[in-house]
Write a protein that binds this ligand. Structure first.
Ligand code: FES
Ligand SMILES: [Fe+2]
Length: 468
């Protein structure tokens, strides 16, 4: 059986659109779930794939003096910080008789089960089994389930895969920008992770969801219909979108880093486009070709945006984790406004009627269903990034199944991994016919994509900073 099929009931042709007016009775929606791509439990195809990557799952500030129960990739776990300052992530149920370690007592080097006192180190070693006939014999024979964790700039990451396949902790350039601060966030979202993940590579929704209601999340930047393309990168993919904004063409480059991380460039930063008067230097070695005459919307960096991992708690619940990347010298009030504007509509924290009047990403994504059947989709060229991601995801899942290294874990780098999310802007001639506009957008997109894919865009100097 095709692993994407649930069984005989799940055939793709069950999905049937209405093809005549008042044809509601004729139409049928498929309920078939793409198990291969969406289910995340241990042993499931996507679950095994996602376990090969470091995953963010908690905010450092939430790790206090009590253990924190978390669910990650379908596994029930407990995160805690021992009194010596080490973080531990352990299977929630005690190795003795299953009591939850969320009711344990945190000790100097680990956590002691609250029921009968077994004492576990942060790496799962058993430090004490009270009342053993031969003290230490169980501790020599077994460990409690534990996973490696790493705190970085306010977010705790874990690796839940086989320990002998653990990759190095990746540091992307946006995690390490000299002129930016990283403000961590977590937005829970109660549906399957994949439909959440696809939202980042879906630039046309900015024209509608974020521009046609009273609250316009991107201001005046996004009401135009964009020209959209998607490309593979060494890390995953970029999805480009070119719009007219007044007398400019605005190319926004959203990026996906396999397996489940993304970057969106800032669209909210106030300020005008400025002439890029140092193309030759800033563009670096341009291979002898004439440098592009674009302007940059953002004055100094390809940052000031948002990084987003989408982490499955289980098959029907997930969380956004990442950072707001903000200029280090930004006044606090401006920073707060920016963060609030970006966070608008990302959670279930608003009254229903308000969510209807001004829906946000949370509302439309969860409205698709707990785990949407993709058989009912009718993809258009604007869905290029989504189609590419589904293909890349399936490839990655099958690579792991075949014992190969999936895309995203095969990166060659010397410490900091360069990324591709960017905003490029160029002057536009007076508004032409729809056909002329489309052709101009296509032409600019082609040039901009070539520059970005070659990393020939101005970069802020990067430096490594010490992790927490
Ligand atoms: S159940 Fe944990 S020590 Fe007994
Ligand atoms: Fe959105």
């Amino acid at each position: 059986m095709d692993p994407t099929e649930d069984g005989a009931e799940g055939r793709r042709d069950v999905a049937r659109p209405a093809i005549r007016p008042f044809g509601g009775y004729d139409a049928k929606r498929s309920e078939r779930i793409d198990v291969e791509l969406t289910h995340v439990d241990k042993g499931s195809p996507a679950g095994e794939y996602l376990r090969r990557f470091w995953q963010p799952f908690a905010l450092t500030r939430d790790v206090g003096d009590l253990p924190l129960a978390v669910k990650l990739l379908g596994e029930e776990l407990v995160l805690f910080r021992s009194k010596d300052g080490t973080l531990g992530l352990l299977h929630k149920h005690c190795s003795h008789r299953g009591a939850s370690l969320e009711f344990g007592l945190i000790g100097e080097h680990g956590i002691r089960c609250g029921y009968h006192g077994w004492y576990f180190a942060t790496d799962g070693s058993i430090l004490d089994v009270p009342a053993e006939a031969k003290p230490g014999s169980l501790a020599k024979r077994m460990c409690h389930g534990a996973y490696p964790v790493r705190a970085f700039k306010g977010i705790v990451f874990a690796y839940l895969g086989p320990i002998d396949a653990m990759p190095a902790f990746p540091i992307y350039d946006f995690m390490d920008a000299a002129d930016e601060d990283c403000i961590p966030y977590c937005w829970p979202i109660d549906c399957n992770w994949l439909q959440v993940r696809e939202n980042s590579q879906d630039p046309i929704h900015l024209t509608f969801l974020h521009s046609m209601f009273a609250i316009k999340q991107f201001g005046d930047l996004t009401p135009d219909i964009p020209y959209i393309r998607a490309y593979e990168t060494p890390l995953g993919q970029i999805t480009t979108s070119v719009r007219r904004v007044g007398d400019l063409y605005y190319c926004r480059v959203n990026e996906m880093m396999m397996a489940n991380a993304s970057r969106v460039p800032d669209a909210l930063r106030e300020g005008k486009a400025i002439p890029d008067n140092n193309e030759a230097d800033a563009l670096g070695n341009n291979g002898g070709g004439a440098p592009l005459k674009y302007k940059r919307l953002l004055p100094s960096s390809h940052g000031f945006g948002l990084s987003l991992w989408v982490i499955p708690n289980d098959n029907e619940n997930s969380m956004f984790f990442g950072w707001h990347h903000v200029p280090s010298d930004e006044p606090e009030a401006v920073r707060l406004k920016r963060v609030q504007q970006v966070a608008h509509g990302q959670m279930r924290d608003r009254p229903y009627a308000e969510r209807q009047r001004n829906p946000g990403d949370y509302d439309v994504i969860t409205s698709q269903g707990k785990n949407v059947s993709r058989d009912n989709d009718r993809l258009t060229p604007a869905d290029a990034g989504i189609a590419l991601y589904r293909r890349q995801l399936r490839d990655g899942i099958r690579a792991v199944q075949a014992g190969k290294t999936p895309k995203g874990l095969d990166i060659k780098h010397d410490g900091v991994i360069p990324t591709y999310a960017y905003v490029l802007v160029r002057e536009a001639p007076p508004l032409g016919t729809p056909e002329e506009e489309w052709e101009r957008k296509q032409a600019f997109e082609k040039e901009a994509a070539a520059e970005v894919l070659a990393l020939r865009v101005p970069h802020t100097p990067r430096r490594l900073v010490a992790a927490e």
